[in-house]
Every structure is written in C-alpha cells, then in structure tokens.
Write a protein of this length. Structure first.
Length: 249
C-alpha cells in the first residue's frame, strides 16, 4: 500500500487531500497542531499532533515511518493583513516560518526516504500569492514565492533519484481561513465582507472561489502515474487569476 504524509492534514485543504488519497487506497498519515481536529479524523488514518516548524516533533513522526511515497507539505497560515510599514517583525517571522520552514522541514525528512526507494512525489502548497504581488499581504506573498523556489530546487536536486516535486497554487479557497482574510481586509479598508469577496472573485475568469477538493484532486493527480513526467511545475488551481483583487482598494 502506498503511503502519503500530509502536514496540517486534519482540516481545510489538508483534510480534503487526506480524503482524496484515502479514496485512492493510500495509507494516510496526518500531522497537525489542532488536537480536536485530529480526533475527528477517521480511525484508519495515522495521526500525529506535531508542529510543522518544530524539527524535533517532525523528525519524530518521520522516524516512525518505514517508507513514504507522497509528501504534501500543506501547513500554512494567512499572516497579517496590513500595509508593509504596519507589519510587526514578529508577525512577519511567524508567517514566513510556518509557510516556508514548514515546507522545508517536511521535504528535508522526506527526501532520504524517497531516495532510498528511488521514487516519490513531493507536493508543496504555495498560493496565487506566490505568483502575484498582493497588497497588504507582504509576509504571506513573500513566503509563498519562496515555496516555489524551494520546489524548483527540490525538483532539480531529487530528480536524478526518480523523485518529482511540484507546487500547487490555490486561489481563494472557500473556508474559515479565507473568511478571516476577508474580515480583516474589510475592516482595514472600510468595506463589507461581500465587497471584498466579490473583488477577489471578479479577478478570476471563472468569477468564483475554489473549493478544497479542487486542490486535493490536483495533488492526487500529481502523485499518480499519469503525472510521471510532471516535475518542477507551478500549477494554479484558482479559476484563472488574471489580476488579483482588481476592484478592492
């Protein structure tokens, strides 16, 4: 049975990924900091409460595995919504740490296991914020751009061992995290939540947000034999974001 490890896999995009891989017959391993969300996961999943940026905790999870076919480095936080001059250094560091260092640590410990098998698929979750500049989201955008650079390096470094690396760039995803972003941005700009929502949606050719399952479907595809020659790629799942948030601000 193939095995997948998903960081921040107990809710949101990570939970959708876990469900998608489970449907494909994978043995699902999940890490998350949210103990309550982990308890709500199916009994068949191997769940660990671990902070994606705590190297001791993450190393401990990987030490319990005797093989890994797919890594989905999904841990991330939205970070502050503020003008760059108003962003506290502590908030910058926290955002960059979770979004970038979390992907790095998971990849660091997955690589030796995949090298030993001479096969594997690494999927890093970036964002359309890693493709465009986003006003009032400097820490998040910077971190997500860096995730793409990490992925490109992994693809080149690990490719000779039969390991593929790709990045998924979700657009605006329906769910609690995006609702928090909408609320903070609305407050900062003196707008309503719906005005901000419509601004984001109107920046896509499909005029809509995406759902977590859309991201999960892409992750499952990238891990499949049908994507056996897909590596080093940045794939947006966003309904085509041409110009992010054009009507807001």
């Amino acid at each position: 049975m193939k095995r997948v490890l998903i960081t921040a896999g107990a809710s949101g995009i990570g939970r959708a990924m876990a469900e998608g891989f489970a449907d494909e017959g994978y043995e699902v391993w999940v890490t998350d900091v949210d103990a309550a969300a982990l308890k709500a996961c199916p009994d068949a999943w191997v769940c660990h409460q671990a902070d994606a940026v705590d190297e001791t905790q993450m190393a401990g999870v990987f030490a319990q595995m005797d093989g890994l076919d797919v890594l989905c480095a999904n841990a991330g936080i939205a970070g502050p919504t503020a003008r760059v001059e108003d962003v506290a250094l502590s908030d910058w560091r926290a955002c960059v740490s979770v979004n970038l260092e979390g992907a790095f640590l998971a990849s660091k410990y997955a690589a030796p296991m995949m090298k030993a098998a001479e096969a594997g698929s690494i999927v890093l979750v970036s964002s359309t914020a890693g493709l465009f500049g986003y006003p009032n989201r400097a820490p998040y955008s910077a971190a997500k751009w860096a995730v793409i650079g990490l992925m490109k390096t992994l693809a080149m470094e690990l490719g000779p061992y039969g390991i593929r690396a790709n990045a998924i760039c979700p657009g605006s995803v329906e769910g609690p995290r995006m609702e928090g972003v909408l609320a903070r941005e609305a407050a900062a700009k003196g707008m309503t939540r719906d005005q901000v929502y419509n601004g984001y949606a109107s920046g896509t050719s499909m005029r809509s947000f995406v759902e977590a399952r859309d991201i999960a479907d892409m992750a499952v595809f990238l891990a499949s034999p049908k994507a056996r020659r897909v590596s080093g790629q940045v794939i947006a799942v966003d309904g085509h974001t041409e110009n992010p948030d054009p009507k807001v601000g």
